[in-house]
Design a binder for this molecule. Structure first.
Ligand SMILES: NC(=O)c1ccc[n+]([C@@H]2O[C@H](COP(=O)([O-])OP(=O)(O)OC[C@H]3O[C@@H](n4cnc5c(N)ncnc54)[C@H](O)[C@@H]3O)[C@@H](O)[C@H]2O)c1
Length: 293
């Protein structure tokens, strides 16, 4: 049985809580024992924020021990791990504090705001012999997992090029998101997902070039377009933009081209378009859709 303390009950912390509770219901040996947030309203499930309807079931907040201080929670609870869904500028300090107290840590992405901070987190995990995992969730997303398998197994030949996008309307909850020193802007907060994906799929690039601009005062780079250079000449680019006006909502998408087909993911699911007349591919439907359900 893994006993969990969840720190930060904003948009993402609430989403994590709903997921843990679903896993509990499905019989996994986990139990959320304690919640921590400086905002007492959040500990009762009010005003979580966020722009995605997670559609979660009603939560019985009475069953949890509740804390407004991380220190108090660590002292009073017997936890195996904590889940840190705090604003990014707090990731390093709270991760190191929790690792030093002897618990495993799952910390939301982006890991931290500088390489030095990331190194300190890794050092604390190693020093204490504890696990540290960062919430790079695309690695567990069915469409991206399918893409990873196709790349690794060469199902459609070698990759010739790819394009990745992530963006949406400007986040309005948690005002820290629009302060460059606290979130890193869209470049760090959003683009990090596609950077991680490109690195996971294709390895470390030889070079990176990017064009980016600030639109919202004080928020860092709000729009970024980057190219990732590889020795085999594949053309890989990615964009992030959190200034999309109107009713755009949120979108993540990719289009990866292979020697013998392409894989496209977007709002309507995953499409696999293998090239015609490939004997080895005849068993695949021309269009195959995966939804995230
Ligand atoms: N994996 C993903 O796709 C994904 C998506 C959204 C956000 N995130 C990440 O999750 C993290 C949280 O983002 P969010 O949108 O949920 O932010 P948020 O502002 O909605 O929530 C942060 C919560 O932390 C609480 N808090 C702040 N300081 C605290 C402290 N000292 N002690 C205890 N609680 C404190 C706030 O009261 C708030 O409830 C960020 O790092 C963000 O980048 C990841």
């Amino acid at each position: 049985m893994l006993t969990i303390g969840l720190i930060g009950l904003g948009f993402m912390g609430k989403t994590h809580l709903e997921t843990y509770l679903r896993l509990e219901r499905e019989g996994l040996p986990i139990r959320v024992a304690a919640l921590c947030d400086i905002d007492a309203e959040k500990l009762e499930g009010r005003s979580a924020g966020g722009n995605i309807d997670t559609g979660g079931a009603a939560i019985d907040y009475d069953r949890f021990a509740k804390y407004v201080s991380v220190e108090d929670m660590l002292q009073n609870e017997q936890l195996d791990m904590v889940d840190i869904a705090l604003p990014t500028y707090l990731h390093k300090d709270v991760t190191v504090q929790c690792l030093n107290s002897g618990v495993h840590v799952l910390c939301e992405k982006p890991m931290a705001l500088s390489s030095d901070e990331c190194d300190a987190m890794i050092h604390a995990a190693e020093k204490n012999g504890k696990q540290l995992m960062i919430g790079q969730c695309l690695r567990f997303w069915p469409a991206y997992e399918y893409l990873k398998a196709a790349v690794d197994e060469g199902t459609y030949g070698k990759v010739t090029g790819g394009y990745f996008f992530r963006g949406g309307s400007t986040p309005t909850w948690g005002p820290w998101l629009l302060e460059k020193e606290k979130s890193g802007g869209a470049l760090v907060d959003m683009h990090v997902h596609d950077i991680d994906m490109i690195h996971w799929l294709f390895g470390k690039p030889e070079a990176v070039s990017a064009q980016a601009r600030n639109v919202i005062p004080g928020s860092g780079y709000d729009i970024v377009s980057a190219h990732y250079k590889y020795a085999d000449g594949k053309v890989v680019g990615a964009q992030a933009d959190w200034t999309l006006q109107g009713d755009f909502g949120f979108e993540m998408s990719f289009r990866v081209n292979f020697e013998r087909g392409n894989i496209v993911f977007g709002g309507s699911g995953l499409r696999v378009n293998p090239a015609a007349r490939q004997d080895s591919l005849r068993s695949f439907p021309r269009i195959w859709a995966i939804t995230s359900s």
